[in-house]
Write a protein of this length. Sequence first.
Length: 609
Amino acid sequence: MNVKDIKHAGLKKWIGEFAELTTPDAIVLADGSSSQYDELINLTVESGLATRLNPAKKPGCVLFLSDPSDVARVEKRTYIASETQDAAGPTNNWMDPKQLKKEMTDLYRGCMKGRTLYVIPFSMGPIGSDIAKIGVELTDSPYVVTNMMIMTRVGKKVLDVLGTDGYFVPCFHSVGKPLAEGESDGGIWPCAPMEHKYISHFPETREIWSYGSGYGGNALLGKKCLALRIATVLARDEGWLAEHMLILKITNPEGKSRFLTGAFPSACGKTNLAMLIPTVPGWKVETVGDDIAWMKYGSDGQLYAINPEAGFFGVAPGTSASSNYNALVSASSNTIFTNVALTEDNDVWWEGIGYDAPGKLIDWNGNEWVQNKADKTQKPAAHPNARFTAPASQCPSIAAEWEDPKGVPISAILFGGRRPHTIPLVHQSNDWSHGVFLGSIVGSEVTAAALDVKAGTIRRDPFAMLPFCGYNMGDYFQHWLDVGHAAPDAEKLPKIFYVNWFRKTDEGKWLWPGFGENSRVLKWVFERCEGTAKYVKTPIGIMPTLDAIDRPVGVSEEDMKELLSVDIDGWLEEVKDIRTNHYPMFGKHLPKELATFLDKLEADLRAAK
Ligand code: OXD
Ligand code: MN
């Protein structure tokens, strides 16, 4: 099938207009077939853009290296170009949409000369699900096409659902003109200099225009751009939720299952939690999704979630057989690696893989690299935000329901972040609206997933959506409150929890082991949903009694007390920061209900002092 066979007149016209602007040498339709995927991979290997990995160790896998400047999302170059700046709100970069389109049109002009334009029809969500949405991405990057083929459902089946006049979100993408005339595209993917990179969203017309970056979050436009930034706008208008959340299934020893979602900022262990192997005997965790959840009320009044993606775009460093065995297996075949290190026998290696580098490596910059553990300043062989793109169907812990078009019923929602101090291991909101308050105040230590924010500092990341909300975040808080108020049956609303796996002692030692041991907290969450867990009411919400969560080996009673106590002074500092630095930003868009929760929290903390 090729572009000529497309029956959708609007789609054909739009492709024609973009081709006229960008002047590619050829236009190819991504039909979703495995033969086309193999052909594209061969092409990238033959042109020197990718390295095929050792088929005995990593069958069907390749490694791509990026330009050193193109390794992560670029928040400063990401725009929400709504008609007014107020509609984009204080947490987004805004530009006048007409001006932005003009600047970008100039950059797109002729940018695909000598390249192929690929047309990728894709579905976010199981094809035909009434929660799913269709997009079409136009790109000049074979890396993007192959990644999209793993991360979304691509091709003819999508065009069939689209029919002759169905609705799709138009997504433009180009890696941009080569940096210098005549510069070859081989070795690493080309990209534009930083000041020419744009990841732009036009919320009113629901369009996405991306230029100058080949990195996943900037270039695989179904993911952050459509499934979060544009989807938040659709969700606001249509009464549902588009969230930066994992979805997991947890089953107790008696065989009863519940589904949870969890919002954590980028690189805070969503993939690990979604694929967790419980240490609590008899419990089982299965995976539905690791990054994005779309939630809608079902006809039974329960909130249902789908994973709009079909693959995992996971952070490689730190992934080992002990931290996430299921991710390693998922990424052991048919996987695209980006910016990890290459071993002498064409296997991959990264920091935290669980064993020393086996001999001489080629690092993510393409240079020889020999591990020197004595040198604490040695640059890592893999970029800290190096990734694997693996099909979800290969995950050993994938839940049978992961592609159910109606989604899975959600019992609980977790919020969390990296907080070395103050925030306890787990606390529960008193009700939905109080849970929205907890989501709105989440903060986290910054990680390497975005380029232009300083790793290590704490920033507020409400609902883990700071970089992903396509409209004014104050209105987004109100939307969450409204979804709760509109619940067909308030009793069926998911319970909301705030968790923190990242507490440290003053000496910098981890207080909680994390990973599989987090199942002890999930067990308490499950039992709260059942109504059987032991709990106490505190000024910050509902917390486990000291004996309600079994202590893992190595966690003393003292540690557990620390993890499960309310640090009144720390929380009062938190209140002060929210009151002076966080909430005022939203001005008149801050829902009054949330300001009232903050006042009540402060009063309750002072009364408990
Ligand atoms: C991701 C991110 O890639 O959040 O999922 O940056
Ligand atoms: Mn993410």
